[in-house]
Design a protein. Structure first.
Length: 346
């Protein structure tokens, strides 16, 4: 064996770990581009002025927070804003105004305070896109929708605001009244705890708690269990926390995280649960720290669990900034992120 050959072997041996350490970054998938409807109001973003003009026309203001590439926003545009029936109803009853949650346009809020779009979104703690905030004739919030609602539920929300129902009933109860209780069994999971003592569950385990609110006639609940909770990465995250499941129509007596007595149905009303499935997250002190209250796919569902498990909300109040950083780390490890898929590979 020649000296030259030995040198080549040693070089190959020493460089092998370097080659092995090189990881091809993952791809970012699932973003969808959409344009806000052309029939939305061309606003100067002085909201007191917008509210007054809408009220004079017998309408209310609908603020639509969005961001570039948001597939949930694209779905809202495609399925609801582009639906002729829904479009006609919105145009008759609302002045729609778009707000880019990362935008720099200047605006004047109710009360005359100056913001940029992004500082206004931050002040209102916009965590999901789309977020829709409906303003009454005094500029107060009549309803807020955090996340994507499918067309039938979105239409119900529009009727709630257009008919001024917020003065008569809370939104959760209004949506609950739209449903007829069906005695179908809920989709069960082996990680659901079986107890009516929520306070004791947190105390005994020292883990945060996720409470699933579902109903037997809920198609999106089936999607959650059959498409999202079957994903192995999702299950690994979910099982690091305590999880409970309740039927929103149940009269079961329970002890709440803070120790108060209630029934499931009463608690649903107190929490103003308007969407099934909803998942409400409580920290180890029994305080709500996050909520999923609209349609969501796997990446964002996982990210909410991660956000709560890591207590990231204590350092990073913006969930959107958190998930952007989380996605970057996953891609740096060589895995794709698909914000509009059901299966993950990390």
């Amino acid at each position: 064996m020649t000296v030259r050959f030995l040198i080549i072997l040693l070089l190959q041996f020493n460089l092998a770990p370097l080659y092995a350490a090189e990881i091809e970054p993952g791809a970012s998938l699932g973003a969808k581009i959409s344009e806000s409807p052309h029939w939305f109001k061309e606003s100067f973003l002085d909201f007191e002025e917008d509210v007054a003009e809408a009220a004079a026309a017998g309408k209310r203001v609908m603020l639509y927070f969005h961001q570039e590439g948001c597939p949930y926003c694209a779905r809202l545009v495609e399925k609801s804003f582009n639906n002729p029936e829904i479009e006609a109803y919105i145009r008759k009853n609302f002045d729609g105004i778009t707000i880019n949650m990362w935008g720099d346009r200047e605006l004047v809020s109710i009360g005359g305070r100056d913001f940029s779009e992004k500082t206004f979104a931050a002040a209102l703690k916009v965590q999901y896109t789309p977020t829709l905030i409906f303003l009454d004739e005094q500029g107060k919030t009549a309803l807020r929708l955090d996340g994507y609602y499918p067309p039938d539920k979105f239409q119900a929300a529009l009727r709630y605001v257009a008919e001024h129902q917020e003065a008569k009933i809370n939104f959760g109860q209004y949506m609950l009244d739209q449903q007829k209780p069906i005695s179908a069994n809920l989709n069960d999971e082996d990680f659901f705890a079986q107890t009516d003592r929520l306070d004791g569950l947190i105390e005994q385990t020292g883990l945060p708690l996720a409470v699933y609110f579902e109903s037997g006639d809920c198609e999106d609940c089936r999607v959650l269990h059959q498409r999202i909770l079957t994903d192995q990465t999702t299950r690994r995250l979910v099982t690091k926390m305590q999880n409970l499941q309740f039927d929103i129509h149940s009269q079961q007596k329970i002890t709440l995280p803070g120790g108060n007595q209630s029934t499931v149905k009463q608690w649903v009303a107190e929490l103003d649960i308007a969407y099934t499935p909803s998942v409400v997250f409580f920290d180890t002190n029994g305080v709500e720290v996050m909520r999923i209250g609209a349609f969501m796919k796997t990446f964002h569902f996982q990210s909410v669990y991660d956000y709560v498990l890591q207590k990231a909300y204590l350092q990073e109040p913006s969930f959107q900034r958190y998930i952007a950083a989380r996605a970057e780390k996953i891609r740096e490890a060589g895995f794709d992120t698909n914000i509009w898929g059901y299966q993950s590979r990390h």
